[in-house]
Design a binder for this molecule. Structure first.
Ligand SMILES: N[C@@H](CCC(=O)N[C@@H](CS)C(=O)NCC(=O)O)C(=O)O
Length: 238
């Protein structure tokens, strides 16, 4: 099957975690975001009444007749097919658990610039955002990074990855989260990575993989920008 990835145009967003898996595997896929009528096509699925399993929000993936929503769920579906997940059920569940934890982390990163909710503009929640940023940088960022660092450390013989001895999709997602944090909170993230060289190495290794490198050098890879999940607002104090 040729996969179709439905995600909003002009941002990496949560679609990027799916893209990185498809790109690393060299899978054939259609990126709907590149089509001029992408938004309208996405809305057909969100508002469509004859969709059997309607997604709440992008990203969602079409695989033949199946429509699969939720980033972590899409990766659970793709992981085995793309050779980016363990073969055994316990290993699959562990990779999925890590991806769900990354999804929580991503939500918290997003909520730094939208602490009062996603329907208000950042400009209308700036003072709350400043408070959230200082709490995030002081407590949550180190807590999540320590957790993933610990998982890598525990995975002895794992060649620096999170799961087993080969590259898996949570490695790709963690590398993307770290790259996003480097964009959004450069100073705190550099400091955090200096203290956690295993995570810096994981990020570098993922982005040095030939297919990921080629993808990131291509026009398909969008730049980080301030309409996205990772946003650079110096006024938040980093
Ligand atoms: N938990 C979902 C979150 C999906 C999500 O928040 N998608 C965003 C774009 S990255 C969206 O379009 N949200 C619309 C909304 O929440 O109304 C996932 O991981 O896929």
């Amino acid at each position: 099957v040729i996969y179709e990835l439905y995600y909003w145009p002009e941002i990496q967003g949560r679609g990027e975690y799916v893209r990185l898996a498809l790109e690393e595997a060299g899978a054939q896929y259609v990126d709907i975001a590149l089509r001029p009528d992408a938004v309208a096509e996405i809305r057909t699925y969100l508002e469509g009444t004859d969709i059997e399993h309607p997604p709440f929000a992008p990203p969602f993936l079409k695989a033949g007749k199946q429509v699969i929503g939720q980033t972590s769920n899409i990766l659970l579906f793709l992981g085995g097919k793309l050779g980016l997940a363990p073969r055994d059920a316990a290993g699959r569940l562990w990779a999925h658990q890590l991806q769900l934890t990354l999804a929580d982390f991503i939500d918290e990163i997003h909520d730094v610039h939208h602490p009062l909710g996603p329907t208000l503009y950042f400009e209308d929640q700036k003072s709350e955002s400043k408070k959230r940023a200082s709490e995030f940088l002081a407590s949550r960022l180190p807590k999540y990074l320590d957790y993933f660092d610990h998982v890598v450390e525990r995975n002895r013989g794992g060649r620096g990855g999170l799961v087993g001895s080969t590259l898996t999709y949570p490695d790709l997602s963690l590398a993307q989260v770290i790259a996003g944090l480097e964009y959004a909170f450069p100073r705190s993230t550099q400091k955090a990575l200096r203290a956690r060289p295993r995570l810096a190495a994981l990020r570098s290794r993922v982005f040095a993989r030939p297919r990921i490198k080629r993808y990131c050098a291509s026009p398909r890879r969008l730049a980080f920008n301030n309409d996205d999940v990772f946003r650079r607002y110096p006024e938040l104090g980093d």
